[in-house]
Design a protein around this ligand. Structure first.
Ligand SMILES: [Zn+2]
Length: 348
């Protein structure tokens, strides 16, 4: 329950505004009881929260109010609390996450947390609770957490991480101060990412593919995501030619990571709609696939393209919500709709 999966990370350059804000409010003793760190996956919200937890637990600073020597506070990394935190064994820190991938955060976990909050701190500073992702709490868990947030114990900081803050109970959102990570400075993220990836890859394109989230973009490079994306695109581009079979294509897709695959399809479909409606190639998001997209986007197909967009949006929503659906059937419908894009030409 007290473990943290990795060491405190260095500050990520696009986090500077948020870090600066907290470096000011904390010494003035204006830190809220609960923070909601929100923004898309891959912005580094978790690293930020870990670093803040480490800072508040570090012995280097007195408890507020105090006047800091510098305007950018850092955990020292050498004191005993820093050491315990970094090896994932600080007794005043609790990290709550789903017991398994895809499972909810259950009410039992929040009951353990209530017990944790009733203890006195071992190091006389703070008790810190990091909960991620907050939208994984089931209804009972969320209601139990709400009671804690309504009467927070003193010197306790709750940090809730959420990729979809609108999926949280409004009453939970209203008890937290929001720290938003959804709009990082693009110049900063692009510069950082370009230094992490091979020279022949474009940081700008990668960021466009991942809702501008730098860590998600980096993961795409490292986890074969780009290869999967290329293969998927090649199949899609062939469907309208009628050379491949939509049913076996859907079977192939079904073996891949569908939650990752659908946003790419959506992005290509939106590019097709963009080009079919205004013919301006520089507006396309997927610049690496520009020529094929231009070839596929036919103005007379706009109606079919919007149908396709609806199908993909619905599929994405149902799968993201964990609905019990026939994925194969859903993918077949989508593959048929891609096939239909080429229909008028093929019949000639
Ligand atoms: Zn320290």
């Amino acid at each position: 329950m007290h473990s943290t999966p990795s060491q405190t990370s260095p500050i990520l350059p696009w986090h500077s505004p948020q870090w600066q804000q907290l470096s000011t409010t904390w010494p003035q003793d204006r830190l809220p009881h609960a923070l909601l760190l929100s923004g898309p996956k891959g912005m580094g919200k978790f690293q930020f929260a870990q670093r803040l937890a480490n800072l508040l637990l570090c012995n280097q600073y007195p408890l507020p109010p105090f006047s800091p020597q510098s305007d950018l506070l850092q955990p020292c990394g050498h004191c005993k609390p820093c050491h315990l935190f970094q090896i994932g064994n600080h007794p005043d820190f609790s990290f709550i996450q789903p017991a398994d991938i895809g499972k909810p955060i259950a009410v039992d976990q929040i009951r353990e947390l209530i017990h944790f909050c009733s203890l006195t701190t071992s190091y006389g500073r703070y008790q810190i609770i990091l909960l991620a992702p907050a939208e994984a709490m089931n209804r009972n868990a969320a209601n139990s957490l709400l009671k804690l947030l309504e009467e927070p114990p003193p010197k306790t900081l709750f940090m809730l991480i959420s990729h979809q803050p609108m999926a949280l109970l409004a009453t939970i959102r209203s008890r937290c101060q929001r720290l938003d990570f959804s709009r990082p400075d693009n110049t900063v993220t692009q510069h950082w990412l370009q230094q992490q990836i091979p020279h022949d890859l474009s940081a700008r394109l990668l960021l466009n593919l991942t809702t501008q989230a730098p860590l998600a973009a980096l993961e795409l490079v490292h986890n074969e995501g780009l290869t999967q994306r290329r293969e998927l695109f090649d199949t899609l581009a062939q469907l309208p030619t009628g050379k491949i079979d939509p049913i076996s294509t859907a079977e192939q897709w079904n073996k891949l990571d569908i939650p990752q695959l659908l946003p790419w399809m959506l992005s290509w479909t939106m590019d097709l709609i963009r080009y079919a409606s205004c013919g301006q190639a520089h507006l396309l998001v997927n610049q690496d696939r520009r020529e094929t997209l231009q070839r596929l986007a036919k103005p007379h197909d706009l109606h079919n393209l919007f149908n396709l967009l609806d199908l993909e949006t619905d599929a994405h929503r149902l799968i993201a919500a964990g609905a019990n659906i026939n994925t194969q059937g859903l993918l077949e419908t989508i593959a048929m709709a891609w096939l239909d894009l080429g229909t008028p030409q093929r019949r000639k």
